[in-house]
Design a protein around this ligand. Structure first.
Ligand SMILES: [Zn+2]
Length: 545
């Protein structure tokens, strides 16, 4: 391989990583798929599924744009869940709600018997990410409000379109099996999937096909890159006193929070390289002249395997103990979220990859590429390659020795309980920082609409594979039992009593929801959300800044 070619591949891989918001080992190994060939009936069914998805492209666009306009944060996905379940009920799915005590959780099913194939995707947004779609610079709809600064508005519409297309074929051809759809509630807080697993949401599921927005169409198997994560809030309790009149009679919980924080920063130097950790102070007291009685600090502890995650939690607990001793306060802690490191199924990934090769990438218009390149320039990226035009290879397992950390997703907990893969689909622009307004720009434009349609075709074809070839489901479980979980077992961080953190983000939505409501998409009056907002697509800077 020439050096230029290698550099180009490396750059493409790095852009893909940041588009996904987590580090992944660059895909290098060629596909070695041992997927059994499709019989003529399955070939025809897949062609019909592709046609069926194309016929649902308008519905996909309406759902993508609607969920984008709701822009809700984790645990507050009220409008989003109401809207998506309404669509599913309209198409004959049975919906149950409120799983694991989460008001925005739901499960939709259709069909009967085995296999049970689950389709999942996240639905929550990012704080401070309000942004006009199709505009290649920071331009919020509502200043300070949340928005889809990762692109989680696109995944569930993809699954719904795929499920409707498959359902039609199953009905006509009398294919046995059950399709189940479920949302990743509060993924940005990794606060739902471990609870869903604990409470038995997936107990009858044979295979879980998860989807996550990315910059290309792809899938991987084996241990994934990135980290697992435990999210813990530490709360200290002291005593109030007049901060000037009698400070010696007070015991400051805020002092404990600050000492724990600074203690962690010193310790950081002596932690393993793949680790990541970050914190925010969620309660710093009430006012300066009252010694703070209560204060809280919220940590994300990330590592690449369960034993090392547990070690970080133990260090955190010791540090809280130390901070309490130094300040004569008491401490308690609460788990607010947890995500296992992800491991994906080889058989299912190979099956899905064969379909990815059949579907290929969408055809991008000049307008799509202009928007993508303008945004990459706006963000100061060294290169502006625009949107992906070449498929990635099937992603191989990540070598733990070379895994230098990165983001997390609580689909990891699901992946250690049944055969699971994550389909990455090209509904966003590569090369973005993630968790930022820039990731919202493409998320209600033709880029997202086309990426969702391509992904839905892959998802639908893969469901048909699993329904038509029972040996694939068996092989998937053989890999799960004999390879993946042979020596490594799932040890959850939550217990049967850990409550779901349904209080999260209540205040942010209470503050912004009424202003955001004015911008909800009305598909009855406008063909697209861009049209409703009066945005010319694409809008790019005409004068240099
Ligand atoms: Zn995500």
């Amino acid at each position: 391989m020439t050096r230029t070619r290698y550099t180009a591949l490396l750059v493409a891989a790095l852009l893909e990583m940041s588009a996904r918001g987590w580090a992944q080992t660059p895909a290098a190994a060629p596909a070695t798929a041992a997927v059994p060939p499709d019989n003529p009936r399955l070939v025809a069914q897949k062609q019909e599924a592709v046609k069926g998805v194309d016929e649902l492209a308008k519905l996909a666009q309406e759902m993508v744009d609607s969920v984008f306009s709701f822009g809700e944060l984790g645990m507050q996905e009220v409008e989003t869940s109401k809207y998506l379940t309404g669509q599913l009920e309209k198409f004959g799915f049975t919906v149950t709600r409120g799983q694991s005590g989460m008001p925005t959780a739901w499960v939709a099913t259709w069909g009967s018997g085995k296999p049970v194939i689950a389709l999942g995707s996240d639905i929550d947004g990012i704080p401070q990410a309000s942004q006009k779609p199709g505009v290649a610079y920071h331009d919020p709809l509502v200043e300070g409000a949340p928005g889809h600064g990762e692109g989680h508005n696109t995944g569930m519409p993809l699954n719904i379109v795929a499920a409707i297309a498959v359902k039609k074929i199953m009905e006509r051809d009398k294919l046995p099996g059950t399709i189940m759809l479920w949302p990743g509630v509060a993924e940005e807080l990794v606060a739902s999937k471990a609870w869903f697993v604990r409470d038995g949401m997936f107990k009858d599921v044979d295979v879980n096909l998860f989807t996550h927005v990315g910059g290309n169409l792809g899938v991987s198997w084996g241990q994934a890159g990135g980290t697992g994560l435990v999210s813990i809030e530490y709360t200290f309790e002291g005593e109030t006193a007049h901060s000037a009149g009698a400070p010696w009679r007070g015991r400051s919980a805020l002092d404990a929070v600050e000492l724990m924080s600074v203690g962690w920063q010193y310790r950081r130097e002596h932690l393993r390289l793949p680790h990541r950790s970050h914190s925010i102070i969620t309660n710093g007291g009430d006012q300066p002249n009252v010694v703070p009685r209560n204060a809280s600090i919220w940590f994300y502890f990330r590592e690449i395997d369960q034993p090392h995650m547990k070690e970080l939690v133990e260090i955190g607990n010791k540090m809280a103990e130390g901070a309490a001793l130094m300040t004569n306060t008491k401490w308690t802690s609460r788990i607010l979220g947890t995500a296992y490191p992800r491991h994906f199924n080889k058989t299912v990934a190979e099956t899905m990859y064969a379909n990815i090769q059949k579907v290929g990438l969408p055809e991008w218009s000049d307008a799509d590429q202009t928007l993508a390149k303008a945004l990459q320039k706006e963000l100061g990226n060294a290169t502006q390659p625009g949107l992906a035009t070449k498929l990635n290879e099937l992603g191989p397992p990540t070598d733990p020795e070379r895994n230098m950390g990165g983001g997390s997703d609580d689909i990891g907990d699901v992946s250690w309980n049944m055969p699971t893969v994550t389909l990455s689909y090209p509904a966003n622009i590569p090369g973005l920082p993630g968790h930022n307004w820039s990731s919202a720009i493409a998320s209600a434009t033709p880029i997202a609409h086309k990426g969702v349609v391509a992904g839905a075709k892959v998802q639908a074809m893969t469901v048909l594979d699993l329904l038509s070839k029972p040996e694939l489901v068996k092989q998937a479980w053989d890999y799960f039992n004999d390879v993946q979980t042979k020596d490594v077992k799932y040890v959850p961080f939550i217990t049967k009593d850990t409550p779901a953190p349904t209080h999260l983000n209540t205040e942010i939505l209470a503050k912004y929801r009424e202003q955001m409501r004015k911008f909800y998409y009305d598909p009855g009056r406008y063909s697209t959300y861009l049209e409703q907002l009066g945005i010319t697509y694409p809008t790019v800077r005409t004068t240099p800044q």
